[in-house]
Design a protein around this ligand. Structure first.
Ligand SMILES: Cc1cc2nc3c(=O)[nH]c(=O)nc-3n(C[C@H](O)[C@H](O)[C@H](O)COP(=O)(O)OP(=O)(O)OC[C@H]3O[C@@H](n4cnc5c(N)ncnc54)[C@H](O)[C@@H]3O)c2cc1C
Length: 423
């Protein structure tokens, strides 16, 4: 008989186990892991470096990085934040560093440092780690939990599920009365085959990007008609660096759209239109005025060779070409139509997105245990007493930058405090 069984030997499972053991040293704790190795996602995370958390120390600011969970995590982040996670690892001999963009990594640049720390601590605290132990079923017998693996039953007073995005566990929870929000991918890049970005992979620019409502682009013709008519409010918008890749577009501006748009883009079957303003400080109208001024001041220069706006040279050349302006065409010879074309390409380039790709292998799933059914002070189920959740099993996910792990650490810590205090 265990006091606590934790199902799932990932980030949330280990972090919770360690904190329960520290607060309740006599508690008998077991972690069940279906794989032969534990913490396998930590191992590959952050390109093998493990982006442990983010150097964002305002709980409110921190919570804005969660398309699902923003409101619910605010309270938990007031109680357990990135600073606490950093202190945890540093006090246990894993020095960390905050990189320029705010991402936090071990100084060793190796995720193995994080794994060694978590496994070492769990062993030191006497936690039973059962590898190759896939939990097939869990049920309540009176006040007690019965957890069943392939060939054995185990018993515990409290059950903590940290199984990440395992559909089978979600199915069981559904059968026990929980609502499960259907899983859909979050955090992905957009596949686009378009002459304007073909062959210039590696180029980046600071842009604003929008996805208009689907009905406005059921065909290109409709889109064109509507452009001259009234413009519809976009369903999603973002601003930030954008990266041109072999397959299409990536970078923070795109990843934000993919995370916030996880559900709607899934409904669109990942086929939709994306509008990019390559010069967010200008509207199409103000860009047109700027281009007219350049035409007045530099009539003899060729459009292609003019550095009209802050854009990488090769991207400028692609947009000039897309505006149907010839290589040697001078500003003086630009027709009104071509000038308008160029203003539009610069401020409202419309791309057809046809599918998605995984971002650096970092697949994150939106969906899971409905947020309304979790008590975010304790991470206990509001439906079934003595059942707790932490990590990706809950319908929480974040953009890239260490925020997904922070959700796992914070949930695990608070669940651990609640579990240990009733031991
Ligand atoms: C390639 C990659 C890179 C990433 N990089 C980062 C990053 O740098 N920073 C960041 O913040 N986030 C990153 N993420 C996201 C992050 O890894 C997850 O948000 C985080 O691992 C969630 O932790 P978790 O403990 O909830 O789930 P998981 O880490 O998925 O752990 C769940 C564990 O439960 C086990 N399990 C499942 N079902 C059962 C069962 N029935 N019985 C027993 N065991 C079971 C699984 O085998 C697994 O070990 C990355 C994700 C990927 C895929």
């Amino acid at each position: 008989m265990f006091d606590v069984i934790i199902v799932g030997g990932g980030a949330a499972g280990f972090y919770a186990g360690i904190h329960i053991a520290e607060r309740a040293p006599h508690a008998k704790i077991a972690i069940f892991e279906r794989g032969k190795t534990v913490l396998s996602k930590v191992k590959v995370s952050g390109g093998g470096r493990c982006n442990v958390t983010h150097g964002e120390f305002s709980p409110r600011e921190l919570s804005t990085n969660y398309p699902r969970g923003e409101r619910e995590l605010l309270g938990p982040f007031h109680n357990y934040a990135p600073m606490d996670v950093m202190a945890f690892f540093e006090e246990r001999g894993v020095p960390l560093k905050i990189e320029e963009d705010g991402r936090v990594f071990p100084q060793s640049d190796s995720s193995q440092s994080i794994i060694d720390c978590l496994v070492g601590e769990a062993e030191r605290l006497g936690i039973t780690i059962l590898r190759n132990s896939s939990v097939k079923q869990f049920e309540k017998n009176g006040e007690e939990w019965q957890v069943t693996t392939m060939n054995k039953h185990y018993h515990a007073k409290k059950l903590l599920l940290t199984t990440g995005s395992n559909p089978k566990i979600w199915e069981q929870l559904k059968a026990m009365g929980h609502t499960i929000v259907s899983p859909v991918p979050s955090l992905f890049t957009f596949n686009i085959n378009d002459e304007r970005i073909n062959g210039i992979q590696g180029i980046s620019a600071y842009v604003s990007a929008e996805i208009p409502p689907k009905r406005t682009f059921s065909s290109d013709k409709v889109q064109l008609n509507l452009k001259s008519a009234k413009k519809e409010e976009p369903v999603l918008q973002s601003e930030g660096p954008l990266l041109i890749t072999h397959w299409g577009l990536s970078g923070p501006a795109i990843l934000k759209l993919s995370a916030w748009g996880a559900n709607i883009l899934n409904k669109y079957n990942y086929a939709f239109r994306l509008n990019i303003n390559w010069t967010p400080e200008y509207t199409t109208a103000s860009m047109e005025r700027l281009l007219r001024k350049i035409k007045e001041v530099e009539p003899k220069k060729t459009v292609l060779r003019t550095h009209a706006v802050e854009l990488p040279r090769r991207l400028w050349a692609k947009l000039v070409h897309a505006a149907r302006i010839k290589k040697d065409e001078k500003w003086a010879d630009l027709t009104k139509e071509k000038l308008q074309n160029l203003a539009e390409q610069l401020t409202d380039s419309s791309f057809k997105v046809e599918g998605k790709s995984t971002f650096k292998e970092e697949f994150v799933t939106a969906g899971g245990v409905d947020l309304k059914e979790v008590d975010f002070r304790t991470f206990e189920s509001k439906i079934i007493p003595n059942l707790y959740f932490a990590g990706e099993i809950i319908n929480v996910d974040a953009i890239t930058g260490g925020f997904n792990f922070q959700n796992a650490w914070t949930g695990a810590y608070l669940a651990a405090q609640a579990i240990a205090s009733s031991e």
